[in-house]
Ligand binder design. Structure first.
Ligand SMILES: CCCC/C=C/CC(=O)SCCNC(=O)CCNC(=O)[C@H](O)C(C)(C)COP(=O)(O)OP(=O)(O)OC[C@H]1O[C@@H](n2cnc3c(N)ncnc32)[C@H](O)[C@@H]1OP(=O)(O)O
Length: 364
């Protein structure tokens, strides 16, 4: 680091600080945290202030990030800061690689990719380095993608993931960017977002298939109870660590899971966070069929392509008959679960669990 670091002048650093304010896109919380830490290190040197208390989430996370830079020199921190800002400026100026389809609003971030072809609209979670954890933006993008898919030409809609995970559930850093209204406002807006997100799955009018390409955690497991068909690789696992996180069930799972697998198996998952293998999830009715990982993609897509040639109106109407009987109940359950979670998110149990996940991160 010594050589190039020495070449970064104070002027380059000041320019980078100004350039950052001109970025067209929000770089996201993790990058902002990194920038904060590098800025502090570059201007004040190694972290020299007392660690904030456990429940002072934001300041503790910032402190952890700064402290994690250890004895990095001011010059090296300046260089890293300048490099990072220049990378961000370059990527925010590069044009989008794909022209938006005329009838579909493209997702706001590249963490979600929506494509259509062979009679199938595929919504792909595309944040593999974070195990496809769902950011707030991704919830909004999935809602928009489902609304568009409900009106598009494809008879079948699929949700799947990129990389080795299907999805690691809610991105736990979502809870660290507190709005002006503080934790209460954060909990309120998250509950509204959760309710709207789950409502889209309840109301989705066509066959909705989950292609579970790897382990699934939290909300990515619970919503499976609202899909019509769930295909899983034999590498997939399914767990909902709600109690570990001081949280409670969502995605209508407090209603769908007992119905699908019986109350005691559902309780083992929802209360104790028991992790199921793909075979177990299939035996309990949460998964429709399990495929060997080596042939998973080939077999599943071949089958879905064949199904997509079935008469689309017949499939919609059949789904409607099945779903309509349950809709009112599902909406009521969703509203209740979202309200309960709103309070849970403000509990010490939940705050401590999230703080503990975040401090695990900062040590990595
Ligand atoms: C507004 C609506 C709210 C709806 C609420 C829903 C409730 C839930 O979904 S509860 C479930 C929440 N999810 C979790 O508790 C999972 C947390 N993650 C993990 O336990 C582990 O990361 C893993 C078991 C998924 C994977 O472990 P592994 O050792 O293989 O990989 P890691 O090194 O831990 O992960 C790589 C990378 O990804 C980050 N990451 C993974 N999952 C999340 C997550 N859920 N939130 C935030 N970040 C996540 C992880 O920190 C690593 O990041 P770095 O490389 O930067 O360290």
């Amino acid at each position: 680091v010594g050589g190039p670091a020495m070449q970064t002048s104070q002027k380059d650093f000041n320019n980078a600080v100004s350039q950052l304010k001109l970025l067209k896109e929000d770089p996201g919380n993790e990058v902002k945290l990194k920038l904060y830490a590098l800025y502090k290190q570059a201007t004040e040197g190694p972290c020299n202030v007392p660690k904030p208390g456990m429940l002072d989430f934001i300041n503790k996370t910032k402190w952890d990030a700064w402290n994690a830079l250890g004895s990095l020199s001011k010059e090296a921190a300046r260089q890293n800061y300048v490099d990072l800002v220049s990378k961000l400026s370059a990527s925010s100026e590069s044009p989008s690689p794909e022209a938006p389809a005329a009838d579909r609003k493209q997702p706001e971030s590249d963490s979600l990719v929506v494509t259509s072809g062979d009679g199938i609209t595929t919504i792909r979670l595309n944040r593999p380095t974070k195990k496809n954890a769902l950011t707030t933006q991704m919830y909004h993008d999935i809602i928009a993608a489902l609304q568009a898919a409900s009106k598009d030409e494809s008879p079948i809609t699929v949700l799947t993931g990129s990389g080795d995970y299907f999805c690691s559930g809610n991105d736990l850093t979502n809870f660290t960017s507190l709005p002006a209204g503080g934790p209460e406002e954060m909990a309120r807006s998250s509950a509204v977002l959760l309710r709207d997100f789950v409502n889209c799955f309840i109301d989705f009018p066509k066959p909705l298939v989950a292609v579970v390409n790897g382990p699934a955690v939290g909300i990515s497991v619970t919503i499976l109870g609202l899909f019509d068909v769930v295909y899983a690789t034999d590498r997939a696992t399914f767990h909902t660590p709600f109690s570990h996180l001081g949280q409670s069930p969502e995605g209508c799972s407090s209603y769908t899971f007992p119905k699908i697998m019986g109350s005691s198996k559902a309780a083992e998952m929802l209360l104790f966070g028991k992790k199921l293998t793909a075979q177990e999830a299939c035996a309990q009715g949460l998964v429709t069929e399990v495929f060997p990982d080596s042939t998973f993609q080939k077999e599943v897509w071949a089958r879905l392509k064949a199904y997509s040639k079935l008469p689309p109106n017949a499939m919609r109407i059949s789904k409607q008959i099945i779903r309509d009987r349950e809709k009112e109940k599902l909406h009521a359950v969703n509203a209740e679960e979202s309200n309960v979670l709103r309070e849970r998110w403000l509990s010490d149990e939940c705050m401590n669990a999230i703080a503990s996940f975040l401090s695990r991160k900062s040590k990595l």
